[in-house]
Unconditional design. Structure first.
Length: 735
């Protein structure tokens, strides 16, 4: 329920670029339910134009509990109350807002003009000439400053009237200041280009309400940018073709825009360098620049002379003896290339020793360069997800970070603080789970590193590509222009693993039915769509005492009878049934209770939790939950309940970068759209000890044979080939 508090701003604790503020507020009045807090000072958060300690404000919102900072008043909207009493007006005029007006002049003004001082300053400023000591300059400052002060609040109210929320309005005003209404009048669609937080469809709806023509060029240009961005993010493409852009724009605007009008808008975007046209391909400027940067930087790194370590072979032998291990030829090549070359990709399926190699590279790099306590300043171990980073840290016994955390991602403005203007000093970077890194993130990492930083990318070429646009690892390998080591050798202790054999079979397009139910690691339970859930229940009952981190159901889809949502409801009643000792909280149609397993859906770097992390609800108190992510206790309030959902069953996409002792994967023809090779290969390779496949064997075979899904249009491969060929020609080399 919304509350209000009235009082005075006291101090800013944090001020963001887009008007977001955390501060202290002294309460003078409050609603009936909060009379006991009158006189107290509370922490508040929200979006504001500017606050000063002379004004009185009414803040509308609600109390929330922040995991780190405790109780706060979250402001949804606010009102500024102009001072009415004489003493308050004196304080306001002498507050420092009006340059050249101190307490003495403020008192003189109020003594003569009384409670009407502010209205007279605005409407009849020349009356101030009657006051001794007040100069023409003072009058100009008083009038102009007060007029601007009043105007800013009126602008925010005008934006509210158009249909923008107070948060939207503050973000807009803090972007354009006094030009706000001018920008809105000239081209409301400029908001979409300048302000990421406000979606195109909201701006478009308000524009149409303001009588913008349906085929207005400004509307077509904004819709085109929106469509290219949305479609590329949905399908993973770097670029689109003109006919599909035209089709999507008409669908987006629910109009039949003429091709002529569309082409005019498209060409205007190209002239403005907001879209880049190259060989009939249309890129967003950022994507085009990211691909160019990646190709150029890799070409540069490939051109740097190898580092030479005379004792490398001896040190590798010593490490083998110390670790009681013998590296095969592929692994030796990967280790040497990683240490000597400036850019290397290492790829291989499960059981080929990628983890072993990474540990060897780190250990040898440390010894070869005589690094002791400052090792962490020279080398960075990175992964796309929190779970993958944790596994990397456990393997190397060194700190490992998500790429977002390493680059110091600022959630508020969606920017990295480690960038081309503030680069990291690390000299060597190892990226694990490289198949999950999208084009933008890879380019952002390059921007945040010195141009000659040594880079090793490790990943499974056959796993699912990144969630975001691009297929960086695939493009690099298929270019055949980079330093690249493929690990093929399966170690004896894993070559007998039926799970790994199944993964390799799926990757080759086959499924051997005889491989199932022969040993204690790989099982198939035949079931039609109506009985899959019954089989899942049986397995869940067998493992209900297992640690939540070790047992995982992986499902291709959220909806359908055997989708993630339905399976989560069933699994919850088995693993964590209702109990008088456990508190519950209903969120929409979902009931959460203490000890529930949940999946994090978004990055929250300020809390050190990331998309794909799994936790347990530790406690529920009224409308708040504390979730335990491997010892990191994070408090959630209704404002961010959408950041997680039940995690008994999760999507295969979300499982990337994770491993579980026991995995259950249903496969039926009802998943038809999701029956493709990379998806099931990725799911199968998440299982370390036991894997249960439930459903239709023909559906699994169909998935194994289908290698056509998720075809992405990208250009890094072609750009790298062209650059390296051109470089070879200059050096007199043949292609």
């Amino acid at each position: 329920m919304e509350s209000f508090i009235k009082g005075n701003f006291r101090k800013s604790l944090f001020q963001g670029e887009n008007g977001y503020m955390v501060g202290l507020f002294k309460i003078r009045e409050a609603d009936d339910e909060n009379q006991d807090i009158i006189g107290e000072t509370v922490v508040f958060t929200g979006y504001f134009h500017e606050l000063n300690d002379s004004d009185t404000y009414i803040l509308h919102g609600k109390y929330v509990i922040h995991s780190k900072y405790g109780e706060q008043f979250q402001v949804e909207s606010y009102e500024r109350c102009m001072p009415e009493e004489k003493d308050a007006i004196v304080d306001f005029l002498a507050s420092g807002l009006f340059k050249g007006i101190g307490e003495n002049k403020a008192k003189k003004i109020v003594n003569v003009l009384g409670k009407e001082s502010l209205n007279i300053i605005l409407e009849h400023p020349d009356n101030l000439l009657l006051i001794p000591g007040i100069t023409r300059k003072n009058i100009e400052v008083l009038h102009d400053t007060l007029e601007e002060y009043q105007a800013s609040y009126k602008i925010v109210l005008s934006l509210n009237d158009l249909g923008f929320t107070t948060k939207d309005s503050m973000i807009i005003y803090n972007r354009y200041k006094s030009r706000t209404l001018e920008v809105i009048d000239n081209n409301i669609y400029k908001l979409y280009e300048d302000i990421k937080e406000i979606p195109f469809k909201k701006i478009d709806a308000i524009a149409l309400k303001c009588d913008y023509p349906f085929d207005d060029e400004r509307r077509l240009k904004a819709a085109t940018l929106y469509v290219v961005d949305e479609v590329c993010n949905t399908f993973g493409h770097s670029y689109l073709f003109i006919d599909e852009i035209y089709s999507y724009v008409n669908r987006c605007l629910m109009s039949d825009i003429s091709k002529e009008h569309f082409i005019t808008a498209l060409n205007s975007l190209i002239l403005d360098l907001k879209l880049i046209k190259e060989n009939e391909k249309y890129y967003l400027k950022t994507m085009y620049e990211d691909e160019i940067l990646i190709a150029n930087r890799i070409k540069y790194l490939l051109g740097i002379e190898d580092d030479i370590y005379k004792k490398l072979d001896i040190m590798i032998q010593e490490l083998e003896e110390y670790q009681n291990i013998t590296y095969n030829d592929e692994q030796l090549q990967a280790i040497k290339d990683a240490l000597q070359k400036h850019f290397l990709v290492i790829t291989g399926g499960p059981g080929t020793g990628k983890t072993t190699i990474v540990k060897a590279i780190v250990d040898l790099y440390k010894d070869l360069n005589d690094l002791g306590s400052n090792l962490n300043e020279k080398i960075a171990l990175l992964a796309p997800t929190g779970r993958a980073a944790k596994r990397l840290s456990e393997t190397t016994h060194l700190p490992a970070y998500t790429i977002h955390r390493f680059l110091k991602w600022n959630k508020e403005n969606d920017r990295f603080q480690v960038n081309e203007y503030n680069r990291s000093d690390v000299e060597f970077v190892i990226i694990d789970e490289g198949s999950m890194v999208d084009t933008n993130l890879f380019a952002s990492l390059f921007r945040g590193l010195k141009t000659d930083t040594k880079i090793v990318v490790v990943g499974d070429y056959n796993q699912l590509p990144s969630v975001g646009p691009g297929q960086v690892l695939k493009d690099l390998i298929e270019s055949e222009k980079i330093n690249f080591v493929k690990l093929n050798y399966l170690y004896r202790q894993v070559s007998d693993s039926n799970i790994i054999n199944l993964a390799y079979d799926i990757n080759s397009g086959t499924v051997d039915e005889e491989a199932f139910n022969k040993s204690s690691d790989l099982f198939f339970r035949e079931a039609d769509a109506s009985s899959v859930m019954d089989e899942i229940k049986k397995i869940c009952h067998s493992y209900q005492k297992m640690d939540y981190k070790d047992f995982q159901i992986l499902v291709p889809m959220y909806k359908t009878l055997n989708g993630i949502d339905n399976i989560n409801k069933v699994a919850q009643e088995i693993f964590n049934p209702a109990s008088p000792t456990k508190k519950e909280l209903r969120v929409g149609d979902v009931i959460y209770r203490e000890e529930d397993k949940v999946l994090q859906l978004t990055n929250m770097p300020e809390e050190n939790i990331f998309n794909g992390d799994i936790g347990i609800i530790d406690s529920i108190d009224k409308k708040e939950m504390v979730i335990n992510f491997d010892g990191n206790y994070v408090r959630f309030t209704p404002s961010n309940f959408s950041n997680f959902k039940h995690g008994y069953a999760i999507s295969i996409h979300k499982s990337q970068g994770s491993e579980f002792k026991t995995v259950v994967i249903p496969v039926t023809m009802e998943y038809n759209k999701m029956l493709y090779r990379k998806l099931y290969y990725t799911g199968v390779t998440r299982a370390k000890r036991e894997l249960y496949i439930i459903g239709n064997i023909q559906a699994l075979k169909k998935a194994a044979m289908n290698n056509n899904s998720d075809v992405r249009r990208t250009s890094i491969k072609e750009r790298l080939i062209a650059l390296m060929n051109k470089s070879g020609e200059k050096n007199g080399l043949s292609n």
